[in-house]
Ligand binder design. Structure first.
Ligand code: ADP
Ligand code: AMP
Length: 215
């Protein structure tokens, strides 16, 4: 099915978890700007070095840099039948650039899915998150444990606590979210493509709700 989807929600709301499930079910790529930055940090590229200075402080990577990376990624062949964007856009500027780039191709985003989770739940989730920096899979030590402790089910890589999941950085990321990213909920509401899901439910229930929306 040809579909372009945006995942909205606070850091830790479960965007990535759901995006991976959507990508698999609908046969479209999962595009996460955060994963792209983390892969660059792991490989110590100039992009990774620059992105890290912002990410470790809980700040957003500047729009100019982020937009270029995203547009390059979605121009690749595997994205021609659609994609699920996870963590992009995070500012109105990014949303406008994406909209313009798509409209030049006579195209548009089909659904913006807002995974709604209150801040209290977020703080609890982030401390327990464990990430695979090789394949992008995400686990939670209580809610979504890997089969073997500390090891990625998909690729066998050792799981890590992300540098930006430390409690003080999580607080900063939440305030950046409320200031810069939350306005996108209204933005896509006005575009008529916003769909809200209750992200406090069990991950499989959240996915059922999303499938009900996507059809
Ligand atoms: P995001 O991509 O929005 O930052 P993640 O998908 O990485 O969020 O999820 C954040 C953490 O919460 C992870 O540890 C993940 O395993 C866990 N998680 C995701 N969805 C749920 C859920 N519905 N209930 C409980 N924990 C969840
Ligand atoms: P994520 O994996 O989506 O939680 O992103 C981790 C971090 O990467 C964020 O806190 C930002 O520093 C950076 N980042 C990811 N996506 C974007 C984006 N669209 N705009 C700016 N910064 C981003």
């Amino acid at each position: 099915m040809k579909m372009k989807i945006i995942m909205l929600g606070a850091p830790g709301a479960g965007k990535g978890t759901q995006a991976i499930m959507i990508a698999e079910k609908y046969g479209i790529p999962h595009v996460s700007t955060g994963d792209i930055f983390r892969a660059n940090i792991k490989n110590n590229t100039p992009l990774g070095q620059e992105a890290k200075t912002y990410m470790d402080k809980g700040m957003l990577v500047p729009d100019e840099l982020t937009v270029k990376i995203l547009l390059d990624r979605v121009a690749k062949d595997d994205c021609k039948n659609g994609y699920v964007l996870d963590g992009f856009p995070r500012t109105i500027v990014q949303a406008d650039v994406l909209k313009d780039a798509l409209s030049k191709l006579g195209d548009r985003i089909d659904h913006a899915i807002n995974v709604d989770v209150p801040d209290e739940n977020i703080i609890k989730r982030m401390g327990g998150r464990r990430a695979c920096l090789k394949c992008g899979a995400t686990y939670h030590i209580e809610h979504v444990p890997p089969k073997k402790e500390g090891i990625c089910d998909n690729c066998g890589e050792a799981l890590v606590l992300r540098d930006d999941d430390k409690p003080e950085t999580v607080q900063k990321r939440l305030s950046v979210y409320h200031e810069q990213t939350q306005p996108l909920i209204d933005y896509y509401g006005k575009e008529g493509i916003l769909k809200n899901v209750d992200g406090t439910q069990d991950m499989n229930r959240v996915f059922e709700d999303i499938c009900g929306i996507l059809g």
